[in-house]
Design a binder for this molecule. Structure first.
Ligand SMILES: [Fe+2]
Length: 614
């Protein structure tokens, strides 16, 4: 037996993953256990969980591998500092304590975290090697081009590789400070969102804007070459030497300082979002063409933080450069833990790899699960009234009725998802046909005034009936348009509302027969649900369709704003009580809000305010 523990940590989204004889046994992000979103500390809880799931002790592990090379990263930090000295002194000094205390002594830190019980070697894989491995090795392809794009690893900010069988070969890379990820993060920062977590909002904002700054960006900020490589003009950016992403030159170019996080979103931010989205898409298409040329492959695997840009992924797929595209669900640095372990397994140990037409990520359901008896014990402790459904069919029929009645359901079933999206294990769900559902969920459940619509879950067999998509998207990483015949023509009054400077007005104009999941530009971030990967969640959707004729529901992550997705039944119950979800399902147990004890407004307020806006 060969067991490999992969770890990513100290940048953002720490995680651990474990392989036993090549099989992915478990993977989880540290934030889910510590309840600190994007927690970057050493993932000791995630490691402990992975060992427990595999039934192993630290001394039984054969290999421990870290997802990047800290000494090379330090080298980049030092060299960048020296190139800009003395300007970057403050940010350099701020970074130093963590490096001195932990990052430069990783083997020691890793051994300490494993209670001194792991005595074998610790391996380090390259950052982009980890990303590449995280998407190619578990993919359904025997052979594929691999494109990884992120902010920055050690020195690399993007890479092209070629995977075949149980090996991958790195072919080409782009170097810091020239980075598509950092360009996107810079605009995220400038628009008043948090770097490394608000990027998703920027993507959601783009359809409200016009790309009227795209040329300005391409003429000034970034020189995008035909092969997709790029050179950024560092006069506009501050991330090499400062504590911010952009500098005064950037302000001058876009007519004023960055947006304050608390202030209203204006047309400028919407247009900036649309513009940088266009630049990202152009660059990704060019990189993809280069990857095609270099590898001759018909398949593409994507990873790295930028691969979470599902709008760009959708465009890439439709561009037809590749016949098929796979995007790994944990594309960000959390997925590096899994990639590092896979890299050791295949690349270094030369273990055989079979690709049998489906990916090996098991729907990304790689985290903890809880039994009915555990859940009942927890609920009894909380003195929470609940009903147990012995028959699954009864539970699903009951939930369907609640959804049809406009109720919002907290759905907790099976193993928690690995990666940033809730995919039907820790989800909040509702009726996508209900025109009020989007604002209801935003205001009553998530406590945010969001311009983002929710993502649809669609039965795999129905995907092309609702969307301009002809294939699976089990990890919610492809965006496609709602089919024309489902779109609603807008009245004059609605057309007027769509031009309102106040985004909140525009959000509520229904655009299709599934309004809660249709964005202003008629697009949707699709998750396909199938019998094999999704089990009970699939059967729930089948029941909903039997009752309503509709194969689509809303799916959003089970959390409130700023909160990591719930992990345990306790997390789920707390979130349920603090928000205004109507029904909570924990495996076979169903709880109704109306039957729960009253919670003080004070308690709820404290809970909601304990999470920061991102
Ligand atoms: Fe990365």
């Amino acid at each position: 037996m060969t067991s490999i523990l992969g770890i990513s940590a100290f940048y953002h989204d720490s995680a651990a993953a474990i392989l036993v004889d090549g099989e992915i046994v478990a993977a989880a992000q540290e934030e889910r256990f510590t309840r600190i979103k994007h927690d970057f500390s050493f993932p000791k809880h995630a490691v402990a969980y992975c060992l427990e799931e595999a039934g192993l002790t630290p001394e039984q592990l054969d290999y421990v591998v870290f997802y990047d090379k800290p000494l090379l990263k330090f080298d980049r930090l030092l060299e960048t500092y020296l190139a800009y000295a003395p300007k970057g002194l403050q940010s350099f000094m701020m970074a130093m304590p963590l490096w001195m205390k932990t990052k430069l002594h990783l083997p020691r830190e890793i051994r300490k975290a494993l209670d001194g019980r792991y005595r074998k070697a610790i391996a380090f894989t390259g950052h982009h090697e980890s990303h590449a491995a995280s998407t190619f090795f578990p993919s359904r392809f025997e052979e594929a081009a691999i494109l990884t794009i992120d902010g920055v690893g050690e020195w690399d900010t993007a890479a092209i590789a070629h995977g075949r069988g149980n090996k991958l070969r790195m072919l080409k890379s782009l170097h810091f400070p020239h980075s598509l990820g950092l360009l996107y993060s810079a605009v995220t920062y400038f628009c008043g969102f948090k770097v490394n977590s608000g990027e998703y909002k920027l993507m959601g904002l783009a359809p409200y804007g016009e790309p009227r700054y795209a040329d300005v960006m391409l003429e000034n900020l970034v020189d995008l070459k035909d092969d997709g490589s790029l050179a950024m003009d560092m006069r506009y950016f501050n991330y090499c030497e400062g504590l911010t992403m952009t500098g005064p030159e950037f302000d001058r170019l876009f007519g004023g300082p960055p947006r304050n996080a608390e202030s209203r979103i204006t047309q400028r931010e919407m247009d900036l979002a649309a513009s940088v989205q266009r630049v990202i898409e152009q660059a990704m298409l060019r990189m993809a063409r280069t990857a095609r040329k270099l590898t001759g492959s018909r398949n593409l695997c994507l990873a790295g933080g930028v691969a979470l840009n599902c709008v760009a992924n959708g465009k890439l797929l439709r561009a037809g450069i590749f016949d098929d595209v796979f995007v790994t669900p944990a594309s960000g640095d959390a997925g590096g833990a899994l990639g590092a372990a896979l890299f050791v397994n295949y690349q270094l140990l030369d273990r055989p790899r079979q690709s049998n037409g489906t990916d090996t990520l098991q729907g990304s359901f790689l985290g903890p699960r809880y039994s009915n008896s555990e859940i009942r014990r927890i609920l009894d402790e909380q003195r929470a009234p609940y009903t147990v459904f012995e028959q699954e069919g009864d539970l699903l029929a009951c939930l369907t009725e609640e959804m049809v009645a406009g109720k919002v359901i907290g759905w907790f079933h099976g193993r928690m998802e690995f990666g940033p999206r809730a995919l039907g294990a820790r989800s909040i769900i509702g009726d996508a046909r209900n025109p009020q559902m989007q604002s209801q969920m935003n205001l009553r459940i998530k406590f945010r005034e969001s311009f983002r619509p929710f993502a649809p879950c669609v039965l795999l067999e129905d995907v092309d009936k609702y969307f301009e998509l002809d294939r699976e998207s089990p990890y919610m990483l492809l965006v496609a348009d709602v089919r024309k015949e489902l779109r609603s023509p807008l009245t004059d009054e609605q057309l007027c509302m769509m031009k309102d400077p106040d985004l909140r007005k525009r959000v509520n104009v229904p655009r299709s027969t599934i309004p809660a999941v249709t964005h202003v530009d008629m697009s949707a971030r699709i998750q396909t649900v199938d019998a094999e990967r999704h089990g009970r969640f699939y059967r729930l959707m089948k029941e909903f369709k039997r009752r309503t004729g509709c194969g689509v529901i809303i799916n959003t992550s089970f959390n409130i704003r700023g909160e990591p997705i719930v992990c345990t039944p306790q997390d789920a119950y707390r979130c349920f009580m603090a928000s205004e979800m109507d029904v909570l399902v924990l495996e076979d147990c169903l709880l109704r809000r109306t039957e729960q004890p009253q919670q003080s407004t004070e308690d709820r307020k404290n809970y909601i305010e304990s999470f920061q806006l991102d």
